[in-house]
Design a protein around this ligand. Structure first.
Ligand code: IPE
Ligand code: IPE
Ligand code: MG
Length: 248
């Protein structure tokens, strides 16, 4: 990752504070070139680097990247192995650069399924970058929103059973505070590449009022221009949160 320039405030309408991206289409990118799927994943890593820099330059303060879903464990073992290899490589090679650039890294998802080595690398990276407040990069790994919400329900039930929480005190905040994303504002904008129009178990609670943008671009081809276009489209949206224009 090249050094990031300190980012001046971006003039114009407010940019989405938090953008979440479902980085899809690596396999198809590779297939159209007669390459193995792994080549698409490697190329996708370049798009990850580009997008972090672009998001920061455009004034976004939090970026969540969906890297591997709970359901992606169903893929052939060879593909899972090479994705985990890429992840290890990324964590080893990029963390000090992220830290130098004032980026705080958070990883969300079920760590129990990740290797001990990867969990150690994640923990080290999170500790190293914990106090950085210029930009938060959230990587969703072995992440599934239904699994996350199920775990929250269990934790709330345990707190009630232990007498630490009144049944009548359970509210939306109780859930929000127990999510992997506790403390991170909800995404304003969710982008999915590759033409698929679904959320694939991604941030279902957190995206309740996110604007959704689906792009045909395959993830390895995603550029700063695509991000700028998505932000321009976001500015054309009217976020009413259930109210009418008059009642807001
Ligand atoms: C997204 O690309 C990366 C991961 C899900 C890990 P895909 O691997 O899903 O690529 P397509 O959708 O098969 O093209
Ligand atoms: C969603 O992509 C998960 C990630 C981008 C990490 P998938 O390619 O796994 O989703 P489906 O199977 O098309 O819904
Ligand atoms: Mg896919």
């Amino acid at each position: 990752m090249t050094a990031l320039i300190p980012c001046p405030p971006v003039p114009g309408p407010p940019v989405p504070r938090h953008i979440a991206i479902i980085m899809d289409g690596n396999g198809r990118w590779a297939k159209t070139r007669g390459l193995p799927r792994t080549a698409g994943h490697r190329k996708g890593m370049e798009a990850v680097r580009r997008t972090i820099i672009a998001a920061r330059e455009l004034g976004v303060t939090a970026l969540t990247l969906y890297g591997f879903s709970s359901e992606n464990w169903r893929r052939p073992e060879s593909e899972v192995t090479s994705l985990m290899q890429l992840l290890r490589f990324y964590l080893r090679s990029e963390i000090s650069e992220l830290h130098k650039n004032g980026i705080c890294l958070r990883v969300i998802g079920d760590r129990a399924r990740l290797s001990e080595e990867i969990v150690t690398l994640i923990e080290r990276a999170e500790t190293l970058t914990r106090d950085n407040d210029a930009f938060t990069l959230i990587i969703a790994l072995s992440y599934g929103s239904r699994q996350e919400l199920t775990a929250v329900a269990c934790r709330i039930a345990e707190a009630v059973k232990a007498g630490l929480l009144e049944l009548g005190a359970i509210d939306e905040q109780c859930v929000t505070d127990r999510l992997f994303t506790a403390g991170i504002p909800d995404p304003d904008l969710v982008i999915r590449t590759s033409g698929e129009m679904r959320l694939s178990n991604f941030l279902l609670w957190q995206s309740a009022y996110a604007e959704l943008i689906f792009l045909d671009t395959l993830w390895p081809d995603f550029t700063k221009r695509d991000l700028e276009n998505a932000i321009e489209e976001f500015h054309r949206r009217d976020r009413r949160y259930g109210a009418t224009v008059e009642s807001r």
